[in-house]
Design a protein around this ligand. Sequence first.
Ligand code: AMP
Length: 124
Amino acid sequence: MAYDTSNIFAKILRGEIPNKTVYEDDGILAFHDIAPKTPVHVLVIPKADYVDLDDFTANASAVEIGEFFAKAGQIARDLGLPESGYRLVSNNGENAGQIVPHFHIHLMGGQKIKEGSMARGMQS
Ligand code: AMP
């Protein structure tokens, strides 16, 4: 699937839409989800154009992949998530409920998350 530069996270990265930034550097941006499903719900995205986790893991370098997840872990620590536990989710594709076609992970915590709950559909 080709990368669609009109997706909402691409617009955020271009500064066309505001976001509540948690962390930013040359390679990644982390920001609060606009519709949080848990008390802490942060999205972490690479700045480079990857459609989904499959695209990212197939086409990004090992260094890029490693740095992305190392930084995501640091962001989770900075948010105080590991003490009580948190969930990392990446919805890959339509059947998984991916809405925004720019690779992202959800960091979700601050409450007990029900077994089987996902980034969307936390009510289940
Ligand atoms: P997914 O279903 O994995 O594609 O998740 C996309 C997430 O992006 C959802 O949790 C949305 O609430 C969130 N989202 C959509 N638009 C924005 C936005 N402008 N700022 C922050 N989060 C957003």
